[in-house]
Design a protein around this ligand. Structure first.
Ligand SMILES: Nc1nc2c(ncn2[C@@H]2O[C@H](COP(=O)(O)OP(=O)(O)O)[C@@H](O)[C@H]2O)c(=O)[nH]1
Ligand SMILES: [Mg+2]
Length: 261
């Protein structure tokens, strides 16, 4: 059967979340055989590889497979690596810490399929129920990004992102860090794609460590990088030279679960 959706989940030192993560995706995907889960071990330094291998050995987890990044090169790199190894007609990414529930990824796919032209559309999360300070920080970043780039860039770091695989042709210049989330929305906006928001829950991380914007230091770093990326995108806007090329990388052959883990 053809794969409708590949869900890429970058995992960096997430061994404590993997069991719950895979079970939650198993429940969310249910009996659908056209959805695959692609776990990216993004150069983890904990026991993520072993835990992943054990989980993927179980017959009930046949909907999932793993790909391995040997040496961590950043969040965005891991996602791009997984996307390029995916088989799905549609692609998605979300996080491994279960802050966004897996069922919301399936809801986002359903929403995309209801749109008039899903091949030229992108559905993304819009986080609900966050602490006030986090919400304020995200809104402030959104205002700056929207004003600088001329579009709607609110809550760019919300998960998931769901889109047709053909968008990958335009992602060759994609950044390897957390600004990948901003970048894909910029590419979608420049290509005049329909971007739709789907409300998602955003729970607290219960296991493992936040390495992104979940802490004050993380917020500072995220802010710095995001402004750097906005500056870069603005410069290319001014030069009327788009920061992406049209080279298309075909999805590579699936990687064997065991050798990859
Ligand atoms: N910081 C970081 N996170 C990564 C990387 N690769 C994958 N991730 C995953 O990215 C997701 C988001 O990271 P997290 O620390 O929860 O970010 P936060 O929620 O913004 O604090 C998690 O699932 C991580 O495991 C990486 O290289 N760096
Ligand atoms: Mg998180």
């Amino acid at each position: 059967m053809n794969t409708t959706l590949s869900i890429v989940v970058p995992c960096y030192n997430e061994s404590k979340n993997l069991d719950r993560l895979v079970s939650a995706f198993r429940d969310a995907i249910g009996s659908r055989k056209d959805i695959e889960l692609v776990l990216v071990d993004n150069g983890s330094k904990d026991d993520t590889p072993q835990v992943m291998a054990d989980l993927l050995d179980r017959p009930e987890n046949a909907f999932a497979r793993s790909v391995l990044v040997d040496v961590n090169q950043g969040y965005g790199y891991g996602i791009l690596f997984g996307l390029r190894k995916s088989r799905g007609e549609y692609l998605a990414w979300t996080h491994a810490d279960l802050q966004t529930p897996p069922e919301d990824v399936i809801r986002a796919l359903d929403r995309l399929m209801q749109m008039p032209n899903p091949k030229h559309a992108l559905v993304r999360g819009n986080r609900k129920g966050r602490p006030m300070f986090d919400q304020f920080f995200t809104s402030a970043m959104g205002w700056v990004a929207s004003a600088a780039l001329g579009g709607s860039y609110f809550d760019v770091n919300a998960q998931p992102k769901v889109f047709h695989h053909s968008l990958m042709q335009h992602m060759d210049e994609a950044p390897y860090d957390f600004t990948l989330d901003l970048y894909i929305l910029y590419v979608a906006s420049e290509r005049k794609m329909d971007v739709e928001l789907v409300d998602v829950r955003f729970d607290l991380r219960t296991e493992g460590e936040s390495k992104g914007g979940g802490t004050l230091l993380g917020k500072y770093r995220l802010c710095k990088r995001t402004f750097g990326q906005i500056w870069k995108l603005r410069k290319s806007l001014k030069q009327s030279q788009r920061p992406f090329s049209t080279q298309h990388e075909e999805a590579e052959a699936p990687v064997d679960k065991r050798s990859a883990a």
